[in-house]
Each structure stands twice: as C-alpha cells, then as structure tokens.
Design a protein around this ligand. Sequence first.
Ligand code: MN
Length: 295
Amino acid sequence: MMNPNVYRLTKSMLMCSSFGVGPLTRRIMKHYHTAPAPLVGTMKHNPNIQDEPEPFSIINPDLIVGYDLNYSWMNRKTYSCHILGSGMIVLKNYISLLGQVGMVNLCDKLGSGPGGFYMPRNQDGHTLRLHMMCFGRNWDPVTGYNNQCRIDGSEPPPLSYGFVHLAKIAIEDAQAHMHELSLMCPDTCIVNFFRCGDRLGIHQDCDESSDSLERGLPVLSIFIGDDAEFWYGHIRDENKYRKVVLESGDVLIYGGTSRLIYHGVKIIIPGSAPVSLLEATKLMPGCLSLTLKQY
Ligand code: MN
C-alpha cells in the first residue's frame, strides 16, 4: 500500500495536481524523474527490494495538493466575516499562508511562461495598469471570452479542480452568513497582478453568459500580497462609491443583487504584505488577485 502523501509526488499526479507545486518541489521532481531509471534495473535483481520502488519525498505534503482539496489551504475555523451589503461579503483571512504560498507559486509557474502574464488593452486601446492571465476560459477586455485570443495564440491552462472545490467550500461558508448567495461552478479564473501604482478602473463584470448574470451567480476573488483598496457601488457615481481594504488571504464574494456592482481597485498599499508570505515566496511588491467565475 502506497503512502498517500508520497503518492502525490508521482509524475502523473503532479501533471494534474489541483493547484500546482512550488519551485523547490519542481526541482526535486525533475531530479527524481530524470535520475532513477538505471537504479530501477539494479533493484530488480535485489530480492530484498520490491519491483516498484516507491517515490521518496522530503517535502511537506501539505504544500502539495492533489485531486482532493487540501483543507490546510483555508482557515475555515479562524476566518472572520465582513458583510458589505446584500449579496456582497468578505471572508477575512480565509486563505491560509500555505494556500497563499501555493497560489503564488502556481501563478508564477503558469504566468512566467508562454501565454502567461501580459498587460491587456481596453476597448479604447489604452494599456491597463496591471498584468493579467487566465486559467480555464480565456478572457480579455477587448475580445471577452475567447479561447483563441491569447497573446501568443496558445490556449489558457485548465482551471484545476482544486479551485472549483475551493469556490464551492468558500461560497458554502459565505452562505452561512448570507442566504441569498447561490453556488456556482467556476470555469474561468482571471489572475491579475497589481504592482504598487497599478490600478483597475471602475467597471462591471458583465461579459458572462446571460444565464449566469440573470441567476446572479457569485464572483469570487482571492487577494494575496499587499493590501488593495477596493471601491464599489450600485450606481456609477464617483461620489457614492464605498471602499474596503482587502488584505492578503481575504476572499471577496459578490452575487445576487450585487452581481453587477460597479467596482475597481484604486490603490495598492506598499509594504503591507505579510512578511511571512514574502519570506516564503519572494513575491514582488504588489497584489495578486485570482477571480473565479462561472461563464
Ligand atoms: Mn471586475
């Protein structure tokens, strides 16, 4: 019987792991999967060693997430809750440090390669002051949802089941405080990175299907890194927007009657990220946001 924690390190699991792994693990995996072939042949002649040697891991298995959601990525027992209005709620400090580190590593891995982070343009041709990439369905401010439009013609990486599961658990936790929220099954994740000085102008999220919008299926955003000042309001009036500071690990959910709320990111507060996150990831100054939606 294989140790389930060790099993997570086999190559097939790694290729489809729910969230991905950190750089240290990847280095070790690369070494492990390129080095042992001759060793296996030798071991078959040794009657004391089984034919199928089990992988050996020296990495904390909590940092590696397989098909099943790793609950250590969420602070489900210690988070607090901040209701912003009807259908709009913040789960404060919901994503654990472990989860934040895993998401930073995953976004770095998928965002620094081909078809990764880019600075999109808006309908007017102006370049937005943020870096963006998508998992699952591709979305761009000009083309909307279109899997063919990535900057290098590639398709976006799939949205892993871990994020689908995380959205379900988080919304269920939110429903305990706000009954009007419905469950959704995300098929896209828009990842933004805001450097200090970057921002996202006030807009509505309304490119999703009419079914998704009419049902008010919630949008879920995870914030990691420096604090983000998030502005929102039900009408497009600069004088009436409210603001909330979203800190590393916070999850913002807006659905139901707030699904089409106007919102934007005004300010990234320099130097506000948790030191423990920076030490674990070397994340550059700024805020990483992951927004999960059902088209
Ligand atoms: Mn938005």
